[in-house]
Design a protein around this ligand. Structure first.
Ligand code: G16
Length: 543
């Protein structure tokens, strides 16, 4: 086995977005593409020599090939050890846990998360730091700089490593430990939640349908929900991970998890439904005839987390991304908790969690998590919900009704306009940005603008500043519209419009969300000219 030095040159576009570098799979499979980026990671972390990293991915197309390349590059550059999920598989939260458990120097996660997989779909690579969380911007900036000036990389000439068998092997001088992807994560869940109460819940006839969407959480959910907690066999569906997610779009929302929604809205619906995404960090919660929006789910979990053993002493504080609804803020205010508002992207929660300022955090994009790892965690959210239901004896619908009665309701929806022309999308944002200073005090279709600005975030822990994180317009009475361009899409631009309105009148609480937001939706178009710039009459996705 010998180390080869390969001459290369920078490739355009190697800039991580909201969560790692995501591109079309064929782009990643192109000459030097993956290798250049991995070399840029080594450079950004001060070299990989003598280091131990975790490696795994969500099993999407090219996952297995990419793992072999990364291992050969790590061995060639002197890495001490790689801890790899069997079959190069690891859910994102499980990878985060392994990094922390083994006190490694970080890890590489191969995933494009909720984006579809396959040769013509998406692939991604993300580096997580030793705290288990996504690399912050000062690290990804170094990757960008290294990728823009790369001239060569090192790779070992070797046969593929057999990643199918648990145990320890070597590649050159580098040790490779192949671990069960599920075991350590399952043990962590056992520590956090009241498994006896959950066993009793299922033994009492509680029914569940967990849709793994042909993605990585299948094996995790089967082991924990069915084998350990006693949910009826077959409760976890679409449980075998496939390289193209069964041809589906592994994004747990009512559009892409329609199969689950149909079951949950049907006559024989189980008590509880849930879904997770490609890499297992997102979640969707749905009760019998009752969809729970991610922002509401976050608020309910914050209000009731103390019912689970891990959080029985109460929460240190909470956080949400800026576009996430302010339902969480209402819980924080009533319970006397600090509530932080961060830019979109889980990486911004890392410092708050590490510094002990918050215990629980979440985003409107179906991500919820706590200080148990440094990623959002789909199955964790499902288990916390189940723990809360087991302790309260309530249905999901009753939980929501009681929550709104206590805290009021924040009607909330995100409208996505996908694959729109990037220039037009940027022109729309620029036009609106220019209008913001003149908006406060003006009337927009019957509502008065209270404030209008572009969100910047000053990290209270390390003082770093993130600018241009979304345009927001708030109205007197509590309504709000936020506009952002996604940082995870791979084709053109995805415009996200986040709509919120509040009500404290119980008579309105059961209103249909889109109906309740009708006026806000009209204002969003009126202010920014969405239809004019995108050429679309309606969004592609409404969450
Ligand atoms: C990623 C990030 C999340 C973010 C989401 C949407 O999720 O980890 O923090 O909220 O993208 O980002 P954007 O609005 O920029 O597309 P995931 O599940 O794709 O890793």
């Amino acid at each position: 086995m010998s180390v080869i030095t390969v001459k290369t040159a920078p490739i355009d576009g190697q800039k991580p977005g909201t969560s790692g570098l995501r591109k079309k799979t064929r782009v990643f499979m192109g000459p030097h593409y993956l290798e250049n980026f991995v070399a840029a990671i080594w450079s950004a972390i001060g070299g990989v020599r003598g280091k131990t990293l975790v490696l795994g991915g969500d099993g999407r197309y090219f996952n297995d090939r990419a793992a072999q390349v990364i291992l050969r590059m790590a061995a060639a550059s002197g890495a001490k050890k790689m801890i790899v999920g069997q079959g190069a598989l690891l859910s994102t939260p499980a990878a985060s846990h392994l990094i922390r458990l083994n006190k490694t120097d970080g890890g590489i996660i191969m995933s494009a998360s909720h984006n579809p997989g396959g040769p013509d779909e998406d692939f991604g690579v993300k580096f997580n730091t030793p705290n288990g969380g996504p690399a912050p911007e000062n690290v990804t900036d170094k990757m960008v700089a290294a990728a823009a000036s790369i001239t060569e990389y090192q790779i070992m000439e070797a046969q593929d490593v057999d990643l199918s068998t648990l145990g320890t092997t070597t590649l050159g001088d580098m040790e490779i430990e192949i671990v069960d992807p599920v075991a350590d994560y399952a043990n962590l869940m056992k520590e956090l939640f009241d498994f006896n109460a959950l066993r009793d819940l299922f033994a009492g006839g509680f029914t569940l349908r967990f849709d793994a969407m042909h993605a990585i959480t299948g094996p995790y959910a089967k082991t924990i929900l069915e084998d350990t907690l006693g949910a009826a066999p077959g409760s976890v569906v679409n449980a075998t991970p496939s390289p193209d997610f069964g041809g589906g779009h592994p994004d747990p929302n009512p559009i892409w998890a329609k199969e689950l929604m149909d079951v949950m809205m049907g006559d024989d619906a189980p008590d509880f439904g849930a879904a997770s995404d490609g890499d297992g960090d997102r979640n969707m919660i749905v009760g019998r005839n009752c969809y729970v929006g991610p922002s509401d789910s976050l608020a309910v979990l914050a209000a009731n987390a103390h019912l689970a053993p891990a959080y029985s002493d109460g929460l240190k504080g909470v956080a949400r991304s800026m576009p996430t609804s302010r339902a969480l803020d209402r819980v924080a205010a009533k319970r006397g908790l600090d509530c932080y508002e961060t830019p979109t992207g889980w990486k911004f929660f890392g410092n708050l969690l590490d510094d002990g300022r918050i215990t629980l955090c979440g985003e409107e994009s179906a991500g919820t998590g706590s200080d148990h790892v440094r990623e959002k965690d789909g199955l964790w959210a499902v288990l916390l919900w189940l723990n809360i239901l087991a302790k309260t004896g309530k249905s999901v619908q009753q939980m929501m009704t009681d929550h709104w009665a206590e805290f009021g309701r924040n009607f909330y929806s995100r409208h996505d306009y996908e694959s729109v022309d990037a220039e037009e999308a940027n022109a729309m944002i620029e036009g609106l940005r220019a209008k913001l200073p003149g908006l406060p005090g003006t009337d927009v279709l019957g509502a008065t603008v209270e404030s209008a600005d572009e969100f910047s975030y000053d990290d209270p822990v390390d003082g770093s500043r993130a600018t241009a994180q979304g345009l927001r317009v708030t109205f007197t009475g509590g309504g709000r519209i936020v506009y952002r361009l996604s940082g995870t899409g791979t084709v053109g631009a995805t415009l996200r419009v986040y709509l919120e309105d509040v009500s404290d009148d119980p008579a309105t609480f059961t209103k249909d969300t889109q109906e309740a937001l009708k006026d806000m939706i009209a204002r969003a178009d009126h202010l920014a000219g969405i239809a004019k710039f995108t050429g679309r009459q309606a969004p592609d996705v409404r969450t």
